[in-house]
Design a protein around this ligand. Structure first.
Ligand SMILES: Cc1cc2nc3c(=O)[nH]c(=O)nc-3n(C[C@H](O)[C@H](O)[C@H](O)COP(=O)(O)OP(=O)(O)OC[C@H]3O[C@@H](n4cnc5c(N)ncnc54)[C@H](O)[C@@H]3O)c2cc1C
Length: 398
């Protein structure tokens, strides 16, 4: 689907060509031509002072043949040559959904020169079919190439559902895929199910986490959802049977205006918050930047990552890459320790999905205690060193 052009009104001024971020507009002699690269972003509509360009009305397209869409798909994300844990979690959930619907579960693996065992690994975690697209243009992630390939695959194979991780990669290109396909996307889901009518029930926190909203996409396909890492549990790896297929993709899908010049690995491993099993986070209660060493020592002992409230980040005590919350990272580790953090709603929405939350705060009325699994009312400067000493003592360390 593309924007509509009223050729009576178009003056061929070319302003829309300049503003189109997708290079989807070219000038012809009498009007403009819109290519399939149009994502309906609406930039040209807002810019055209002659009112010659308009967005197609929602629902005005040909009625989707919903019954022709079949199967549950999982976008299989990988990093540094390994499948990301969230993909296994999604395969587990996808397996349940596919079985309830009586349809196959497929994984999509995009990349270049990936280890041949990755597809088999996806099968062992529950996929019936793995679609592999292996091309040099996919060696590094780009929204354009990855998005185009996934859109084409979906148009050809017509899955009824697509699940992807709510990771930085998933958040980056899955909305683009949904927009290209003119379908709905529910971001950051924490729960999925199938309704009696066979629709995907997509549940996520809304209104700052105060209510859980369940969203359906009844009129468009595929039904698309991103899911936060560590919310679902992967299936046990087993010797399952499945097929690996290598679908052919149109050459133009691999075109991208992005050229990756160099990949610089993140030096600060502690900033890998979203992956961490344990996070020890510090807030303004730490009083100064140097006191983060208390948190760091504890984090090191339990092989955890160091997080922070925005309060601490704004003080300049720790880089923003550690910030947890609405404007930081969303995390869901097994254990989250909030040390000297008040528990403002903007912080809580980024960590309330954690399995166990331990809050240490000297103020018994601090809101963090409302969501904590275990609360410790204490001065952190007394409690944390004592806690570290106890761990060392139990481990027989000096
Ligand atoms: C649009 C917007 C987006 C935001 N995004 C985020 C976000 O992503 N993440 C985020 O964290 N915040 C965010 N905030 C800020 C948020 O509202 C809070 O201001 C912030 O989280 C407060 O950080 P804090 O709890 O560390 O500091 P404070 O509110 O100052 O709390 C410090 C806590 O430490 C306790 N304390 C003090 N001394 C000790 C001690 N010795 N021992 C034990 N406890 C002690 C105090 O009792 C207090 O509860 C955002 C705000 C806005 C408006």
């Amino acid at each position: 689907m593309k924007v509509n052009v009223d050729r009576q009104k178009c003056t061929v001024c070319g302003v829309c060509v300049e503003v189109c971020p997708f290079g989807a507009i070219t000038l012809s002699e009498t009007s403009v031509e819109i290519s399939d690269a149009c994502t309906l972003c609406g930039m040209c509509v807002d810019t055209c002072e002659f009112g010659a360009i308009s967005l197609p009305e929602v629902g005005a397209g040909p009625a989707e043949d919903l019954a022709s869409y079949r199967g549950v798909w999982v976008y299989a994300e990988w990093r540094e040559g390994l499948i990301h844990r969230v993909s296994f979690e999604l395969l587990s959930e996808g397996r349940t959904l596919a079985d309830k619907r009586g349809v196959p579960l497929c994984a999509v693996l995009l990349g270049h020169q990936l280890d041949g065992n990755l597809a088999e690994e996806l099968i062992s975690y529950g996929a019936d079919v793995v679609y592999v697209v292996d091309r040099p243009e996919l060696a590094h992630f780009s929204d354009e190439a990855y998005g185009n390939v996934l859109v084409e695959l979906i148009r050809v194979k017509k899955p009824e559902m697509l699940l992807a991780g709510a990771t930085s990669m998933g958040r980056s290109f899955i909305p683009r895929v949904a927009a290209c396909l003119r379908t709905g996307l529910t971001a950051d889901c924490t729960e999925l199910d199938i309704s009696e009518e066979g629709l995907l029930l997509q549940t996520r926190p809304a209104f700052g986490g105060n209510v859980m909203a369940t969203i359906v996409c009844p009129h468009r396909r595929p039904q698309m959802a991103t899911v936060r890492p560590r919310v679902m549990k992967p299936l046990k790896r087993e010797g399952r049977q499945g097929n690996v297929e290598f679908p052919k993709i149109s050459e133009e899908c691999f075109l991208s205006r992005i050229e990756v010049l160099e990949v610089i690995p993140e030096k600060d491993q502690t900033a890998k918050l979203t992956e961490a099993d344990v996070i020890i986070s510090g807030g303004r209660g730490l009083q100064k930047g140097e006191n983060f060493s208390i948190i760091e020592e504890l984090a090191q002992m339990v092989k955890g990552a160091v997080g922070a409230s925005r309060g601490a980040v704004d003080e300049g005590w720790i880089p923003p890459s550690h910030q947890v919350g609405q404007t930081g990272r969303t995390v869901a580790p097994n254990l989250y320790m909030a040390v000297g953090i008040a528990g403002a709603i903007q912080h809580v929405v980024g960590m309330q999905g954690s399995n166990v939350i331990v809050a240490i705060n000297k103020d018994p009325m601090a809101p963090i205690f409302d969501i904590a699994t275990y609360g410790v009312v204490a001065d952190l400067f007394e409690f944390v060193p004592a806690f570290v000493r106890k761990i060392k003592q139990d481990r027989g360390e000096p």
